[in-house]
Design a protein around this ligand. Structure first.
Ligand code: F0G
Length: 398
């Protein structure tokens, strides 16, 4: 950067994540393949087509839904973004499926459009769900769209601020319970057994899984083939179940002859699938996956077994580090839980167990969902006088 006056800046103000100071950034497009495995750095971003919503786009793959019952907000068609810097760290060609680009900023919208539309087609007038936040936000938005009532049952004080705000904005009824997600799910299930005309829209509802599997179709379409591995966070275990179902159906339809290895990652303090027993008091900074007794345990373990994959845990520190790398090195801001897949890939690479070939990690929700996590680690600086001298001095400090 050139200055016109005698105030010469000591360096270039392009910040590199390592130095937080004055090192110029390398142009990644000029970089040569630099690992032994030939990872190539390009900044490809792909989407498939017009956003018409997953029901209309994948009609033949989904349960029947009459047109007037379709409640959509144009979900799906999220970008698959190449991640050159993280690819170098991981040693495989990494792509990020950024599900934070859905209408309510998480992957839940794919399942919610199908679950809500089917609920309406069957004559329901309300829906209920237990949630760590994102399911609640999606249920609230799609219920508003469909014109039905929505009740969300959440663990008191445990859902991230952005998600709570979404639910309130859409006018759903929030019921905070003095218990965790697992208790909330049991209560929601009970409510649909005891009350009439109300649908459960958690991922134990198979319509949710049907909708969510469309993300694996998009991944295959964007890459032109299935990836070699798919890494994603695991909480209640619906999403890993859905992706695996989608990849299998893609292969069964003769659109590919391979399916990816499924790599699921739980937060260490909420890792019942890794430990082999339920956690009574799950605890993690990744509030979206703070779940001690996953409802889709069997199908998740089946996906891992059948695909030759794995399910492991990552620490909160590894999750937050991965979230920061994604934001600072790739320009993608996802919430902590969403970074668990990348945290897991980085861990495998450190332990020389990293995947080869083409890897996809699913970034399940947007970073704006959980501003408090960022604000707990950094804050806005004190103001400076409104003078150029003070501005220049501040910029020089980096
Ligand atoms: N990532 C995010 C951002 C989530 O919100 C969730 C689940 C997951 C990953 C894990 O997906 O449960 O299918 O294994 N959130 C649920 C909710 C539990 O209530 O919003 P899963």
């Amino acid at each position: 950067m050139r200055r016109r006056t005698n105030h010469r800046l000591r360096g270039v103000i392009f910040r590199s994540p390592e130095t937080a100071g004055v090192a110029p950034r390398e142009d990644p497009r000029r970089r040569q393949p630099s690992t032994e495995k030939g990872v190539k750095s390009v900044l490809g971003v792909q989407t498939s087509s017009v956003r018409q919503g997953v029901i209309r786009k994948y009609r033949d793959w989904l349960p029947q839904i009459p047109d007037p019952a379709i409640a959509t907000l144009g979900e799906g068609d999220t970008p698959l973004i190449e991640a050159p810097r993280l690819s170098e760290r991981i040693g495989a060609r990494l792509h990020l499926k950024f599900e934070g680009m859905n209408p309510t900023a998480s992957f839940k919208d794919r399942g919610m459009t199908v679950a809500l539309s089917r609920a309406i087609a069957e004559g329901n007038r309300a829906c209920v769900c237990a949630s760590t936040g994102n399911t609640a936000a999606a249920a609230a938005a799609y219920s508003a769209r469909a014109g039905i009532s929505c009740f969300v049952v959440v663990p008191v004080g445990k859902i991230a601020m952005g998600k709570a705000v979404q639910v309130l904005a859409h006018g759903a009824k929030v019921i905070q319970i003095e218990g965790n997600f697992d208790a909330a799910l049991k209560l929601s299930l009970k409510a649909t057994e005891e009350l009439e005309d109300i649908a459960l829209v958690n991922s134990v509802n198979p319509d949710r899984i049907e909708g969510q599997k469309t993300a694996s179709f998009e991944v295959c379409e964007s890459l032109g083939r299935p990836p070699d591995v798919l890494a994603l966070p695991v909480g209640n275990a619906g999403n890993i179940t859905a992706y695996w179902k989608g990849f299998k159906e893609w292969r069964e339809a003769d659109l590919a002859d391979l399916t990816p290895r499924m790599l699921g990652f739980q937060a260490e303090g909420a890792s019942p699938l890794v430990a082999g027993y339920d956690f009574e008091r799950p605890e993690t900074v990744a509030s979206a996956i703070r779940i001690g007794a996953p409802a889709s345990r069997e199908s998740a373990l089946g996906a891992v077994r059948e695909s030759g994959g794995l399910i492991e845990s990552v620490t909160d520190e590894e999750i937050l580090d991965a979230q920061a790398l994604l934001a600072r090195e790739e320009g993608i801001f996802c919430e902590p839980a969403s970074a668990a897949g990348v945290a897991g890939l980085l861990k495998l690479a450190r332990e020389r167990r990293g995947p080869e070939g083409v890897a996809v990690s699913v970034l399940t929700g947007h970073g704006l969902k959980d501003p408090d996590v960022i604000l707990a680690r950094s804050s806005l600086p004190d103001p400076i006088p409104a003078t150029f001298e003070a501005l220049a001095a501040s910029m020089e400090r980096g």
